[in-house]
Design a protein around this ligand. Structure first.
Ligand SMILES: Nc1ncnc2c1ncn2[C@@H]1O[C@H](COP(=O)(O)OP(=O)(O)OP(=O)(O)O)[C@@H](O)[C@H]1O
Ligand SMILES: [Mg+2]
Length: 490
């Protein structure tokens, strides 16, 4: 460190108004902001959390109350300070906090007034308010001992504990809304619905294990489990450990649509839809940080939409996993990326199989081997799709052809048409765009030349001139790709 005794110093205190705008710009939305407040409730061992709002147009307020351990006056003042704890300090293994900022940054991101009323056992209730307009005007970071109307200190009984967070002046959402405007109310309710869904997802493990109940306008939020563990057709992979067993990774392939009822299918699509929800789900102390993200290891693609992979990390690895203030970002340390990628590749491979084959067991069922109609195979470095010559349908068609050749051809063509392996083709085209083979590419082209010649002769015998016959053939798929053969036909 610099030996300051030798130098002049001068204060350079952060300027209140610009600091406030910086806090407001951390990038929360209302869902992540509310979740951040509930993190604190869970860390304070709350059993119940109640979220309430009162629609009053631009005067709408929102409150989050818990029955956790609460704070006394000194603790509350400390809690209201931006940067109330050192991010480097060790935390209890159940603590969901890290930066000493969430209460303030989450609240300021949405509202210009934050009031916290808290009661600790055997202490009288304490309350303080941040009013950003007041801080702006005065340039001073001073709390106000103010409670909004409709509230008084009796929110908590003498023998109860807990904390109440109130947001007023929620300018990020309701600034220009009038109470009488029903359209505005609809928009607001839609936003509240998103908040509810987000909480159902982020805290689903706490709700499932009955550690906490979250009430939204007195309605108890049901958990949203991304892995559909209650569905019999969900396939789970055995877990793998990383980082000396501190991190756990476990893959799931969700059931194909045909194995879910309509309601389960709809619920499973979550807030972002099936496609967007594929990927890793990173939990920190059981709290979901990231819901469906391939962490830059893969792209999101339709055919991987059934793949969801859980990663559990403890809060002792926050720095290694680069947890952000909003608790919405986590990045695996470089040294684990390969292991995570290899594990995910296995799960993804199975995910594609289920997606392609509607969840049918393709290996063996009842001791019988599955017989595909189409087989994908590589010629050179390109993919081709051939009809399985061993398929029983071909035997059937051959015997049918002896009595009724036209019918036999129709049967064969119809089966081929109806079963085009479009999913396989689509998957390969998306994964390896340059590897789709063209007709007869890298194969003996004699059959196509012969067929063109037979067709030419047949057209001539029907009275066409050589030029006419060639013009007709040159316009027939796929002969149009082999017009060079026409030069040699006479
Ligand atoms: N509902 C609550 N009940 C009890 N104590 C609380 C509550 N909310 C906040 N606190 C106290 O206030 C402190 C500051 O909360 P804040 O959310 O700002 O930071 P943090 O939770 O420590 O870290 P992070 O920035 O990661 O959220 C907490 O560490 C906790 O001690
Ligand atoms: Mg917090």
């Amino acid at each position: 460190m610099i030996d300051i005794s030798q130098y002049q110093t001068t204060p350079a205190i952060p300027e209140a108004s610009s600091m406030i705008e910086t806090f407001r710009a951390i990038g929360y939305n209302i869902e992540t902001a509310v979740a951040d407040i509930i993190d604190n409730s869970i860390s304070a061992n709350a059993k119940n959390v109640w979220i309430n709002f009162d629609w009053k147009g631009s005067e709408t307020w929102l409150s989050i109350k818990d029955d956790g351990s609460g704070m006394d006056n000194e603790e509350l003042i400390q809690a209201m300070r931006p940067g109330s704890k050192n991010p480097l300090a060790d935390r209890s293994s159940k603590d969901l906090g890290r930066f000493g900022l969430g209460l303030k940054t989450a609240s300021f991101s949405q509202a210009r007034k934050l009031t916290v009323l808290s009661k600790k056992l055997e202490c009288s209730p304490a309350y303080w308010t941040w009013d950003l307009d007041y801080v702006n005007q005065t340039g001073k970071w001073n709390l106000i001992r103010f409670l909004p109307e409709n509230y008084d200190e009796s929110v908590f009984d003498d023998d109860s504990t807990g904390t109440l967070v109130i947001w007023n002046d929620i300018d990020r959402i309701v600034k220009h809304f009038r109470q009488s405007d029903n359209n505005a109310l609809d928009k607001f309710l839609l936003i509240m619905e998103m908040v509810k869904k987000h909480l159902a997802m982020v805290f689903h493990r706490f709700i499932e294990s009955k550690k906490i109940k979250i009430f939204f306008q007195d309605y108890e939020i049901k958990p949203w489990n991304p892995f559909l563990t209650g569905e019999p057709a969900t396939q789970s992979f055995s877990e793998e450990q990383l980082h000396n067993g501190k991190v756990i990774i476990k893959g799931y392939v969700l059931p194909h649509k045909s194995k879910l009822n309509d309601e389960s299918f709809r619920i499973a699509e979550g807030t972002k839809g099936w496609n967007e929800h594929q990927g890793f789900y990173i939990y920190r102390n059981e709290r979901l940080l990231l819901a469906g993200d391939w962490l830059g290891l893969f792209r999101k693609e339709e055919h991987y939409k059934l793949v969801r992979i859980l990663i559990d990390i403890p809060n002792s690895l926050d720095a290694d996993w680069q947890i952000d203030i909003k608790k919405s970002v986590a990045r695996p340390p470089l040294i684990y990326r390969d292991q995570i990628k290899n594990y995910a590749t296995k799960v993804r491979t199975q995910g594609v199989e289920v997606y392609r084959h509607r969840g049918k067991t393709i290996k063996q069922s009842n001791g019988q081997k599955f017989v595909p109609l189409w087989i994908d195979h590589k010629r050179g470095n390109k993919w081709f799709y051939k009809v399985n010559r061993e398929h029983p349908l071909l035997e059937l068609v051959k015997s049918q052809a002896q009595n009724d050749p036209e019918m036999a051809i129709e049967t064969l063509v119809r089966f081929i048409e109806e079963n085009i392996p479009s999913k396989s083709i689509y998957i390969k085209a998306a994964e390896e765009p340059e590897t789709q083979g063209d007709p007869f590419e890298a194969a003996d082209q004699e059959p196509i030349r012969n067929t063109m010649e037979v067709m030419f002769n047949s057209l001539i015998s029907k009275g066409k001139t050589a030029d006419e016959a060639k013009a007709i053939i040159a316009n027939i798929d796929p002969f149009n790709q082999f017009t060079h053969f026409l030069e040699f036909i006479n």
